[in-house]
Design a protein around this ligand. Structure first.
Ligand SMILES: C[S@@+](CC[C@H](N)C(=O)[O-])C[C@H]1O[C@@H](n2cnc3c(N)ncnc32)[C@H](O)[C@@H]1O
Length: 222
């Protein structure tokens, strides 16, 4: 994939970013996937939520609509896509907070969020950075908090296996297609890590995960 600065833009080339929302809504089961992520997070009033790699803030806005009494942050490394996100938030009159920053060094204190979301962003990172981002998600979560992930996963049928042959040529995507994301979440300290759903898409199988930061230090991995 083409790396620009120290991140890969939403569609790999900045000039395609303005088309991101139209493509996602037209070619992906986007509403189903993002709706399922929101539902599985069981949001409560007063919670602090973080959407890592928020892109155009479609999920960030859904989180705010689902729980208007939550404090919702979206973070992205790309200032250009955040400008689109800010426009959308203004038009929706939504009080979300949009931050420029990187998932591998989150600009938030330890234990400051109840839920962290990573929708279609981990496959933009090389293996080391995936592992760093997951450790960062673990750090900023409160004990008992949850990480909710949507990303590429092992193909679940022959058609998806054919697509996987193509997409796994990209180093950043290969680990996800090979089914390694749950192991990386466990390495970061999450227990349990559960797969919650699986979808066929034009770019292959997408899987949803829920991973919990243990509530007590005794539950933490060695
Ligand atoms: C495919 S888009 C997904 C956007 C959104 N989460 C969604 O589900 O539609 C991936 C996003 O991750 C962002 N990204 C890539 N590397 C990042 C990093 N290191 N830190 C934060 N965001 C990053 C990109 O700028 C892009 O907006």
């Amino acid at each position: 994939m083409q790396q620009q600065g120290d991140y890969i833009p939403a569609f790999h080339f900045h000039r395609l970013t303005p088309w991101y929302d139209r493509f996602m809504a037209g070619l992906y089961p986007e509403a189903r996937i993002k709706g399922a992520l929101v539902a599985q997070a069981r949001l409560q009033p007063g919670q602090r939520l973080l959407d890592m790699g928020c892109g155009t803030a479609t999920l960030t806005l859904l989180l705010q609509q689902a729980q208007p009494d939550a404090e919702v942050h979206g973070l992205d490394a790309d200032a250009k896509i955040l400008a689109i996100a800010r426009d959308k938030a203004l038009r929706a009159e939504a009080g979300i907070i949009l931050d420029l920053g990187t998932a591998v060094r989150l600009p938030y204190p330890d234990g400051s969020f109840d839920r962290v979301f990573a929708s279609l962003m981990l496959h933009h990172l090389k293996r080391n950075d995936k592992q760093r981002a997951l450790r960062e998600a673990f750090r900023v979560l409160k004990p008992g908090g949850e990480l909710h992930v949507a990303d590429f996963g092992r193909p679940h049928n022959r058609r998806m296996a054919l697509i996987a042959l193509l997409v796994r040529r990209f180093e950043e995507i290969a680990d996800a297609v090979d089914g390694l994301l749950p192991a990386f979440m466990q390495e970061a300290g999450f227990r349990p890590v559960e797969e919650t759903a699986c979808y066929g898409t034009v770019s292959g199988t997408l899987r949803l995960y829920r991973a919990r930061k243990p509530a007590a230090s005794g539950d933490a991995p060695p």
